[in-house]
Design a protein around this ligand. Structure first.
Ligand code: GDP
Length: 199
C-alpha cells in the first residue's frame, strides 16, 4: 500500500477553547457535521488508522476540538458534532460558541469538510453551517457519507441536489459521495485535503 501523509496522522491535543489550540500557524482542515454523520469513521478511513479518532469519542472529549498532526505544519481538526439532542440548551450554546470562535478566528484554517449522511442531507443545521462558512469566505467540501446505504441512482440524485444547493452559495464549494465502509471516495477527498494543506 502506498504511503501518504495522512497515514502519519497522530493525535496532538484537545482544546475546549481557542486559547488552548496549538499555535495558529501552518495549515489546518476542519471536519464538522451532525453527531453520527460518520465523521470519526471518515477521518479514520482517510488516515487508514482504525483507532485514530477513538480519543474524540472518549467521555469528556466529545465536545472538545481534537487536533491530529500530519507534520508540524499540517493538522486535521475534529470539531465537536452538532445537533446532538441529549444536552441542555446551555451546554449546547457553550460548545457552539467554541465552534464559532474556532471557525471565525483560526487563521491557519484553510477549508472545512462538512459531513452529511447521504440519506439525510442538508438538515437546517447543515444549511446554517454552509451559509455561515460562505459568509466567512471559508471553502467547504461536503462528504455525503454512508453512500453504501443507497443504490447508485438515488445516491447520484442526492449528489446533484446538494451540488445545486451549493451552487446557490458564494465561495468555493464541492461535494462527493463517500463511504468509509466501502472505502469509496478516499482519493477524491484526499485530493481536496492535499490542496488545502498545500501538500
Ligand atoms: P460521528 O458521530 O460523526 O463521528 O460518526 P461515526 O463515525 O461514529 O459513525 C456513526 C455511525 O455510522 C456508526 O455506527 C458507524 O458504524 C456508521 N458509519 C460510519 N460510516 C459509515 C459508512 O461509510 N457506511 C455505513 N454503512 N455506516 C457507517
Amino acid at each position: 500500500m502506498s504511503d501518504h501523509p495522512y497515514r502519519r496522522a497522530r493525535f496532538l491535543t484537545s482544546a475546549a477553547r481557542l486559547a488552548q489550540c496549538p499555535p495558529d500557524q501552518g495549515f489546518e482542515v476542519a471536519f464538522a457535521g451532525r453527531s453520527n454523520a460518520g465523521k470519526s469513521s471518515a477521518i479514520n478511513a482517510l488516515c487508514e488508522q482504525k483507532g485514530l479518532t477513538r480519543v474524540s469519542k472518549t467521555p469528556g472529549r466529545t465536545r472538545l476540538i481534537n487536533f491530529f498532526e500530519l507534520d508540524p505544519e499540517r493538522r486535521l481538526v475534529d470539531l465537536p458534532g452538532y445537533g446532538y439532542a441529549k444536552v441542555s440548551n446551555q451546554v449546547r450554546q457553550a460548545w457552539q460558541e467554541n465552534l464559532a470562535e474556532y471557525l471565525e478566528k483560526r487563521r491557519c484554517l484553510n477549508g472545512l469538510v462538512l459531513l452529511m449522511d447521504v440519506r439525510h442531507p442538508l438538515k437546517p443545521t447543515d444549511q446554517a453551517m454552509l451559509e455561515w462558512a460562505a459568509g466567512m469566505g471559508l471553502a467547504v467540501h461536503v462528504l455525503l457519507t454512508k453512500a453504501d446505504k443507497l443504490k447508485r441512482g438515488p445516491a447520484g440524485n442526492v449528489l446533484r441536489q446538494v451540488r445545486q444547493a451549493l451552487d446557490d452559495l458564494p465561495g468555493e464549494h464541492s461535494v462527493q459521495l463517500f463511504s468509509a465502509l466501502r472505502r469509496q471516495g478516499l482519493d477524491e477527498a484526499r485530493a481536496v485535503l492535499d490542496r488545502w494543506l498545500q501538500l
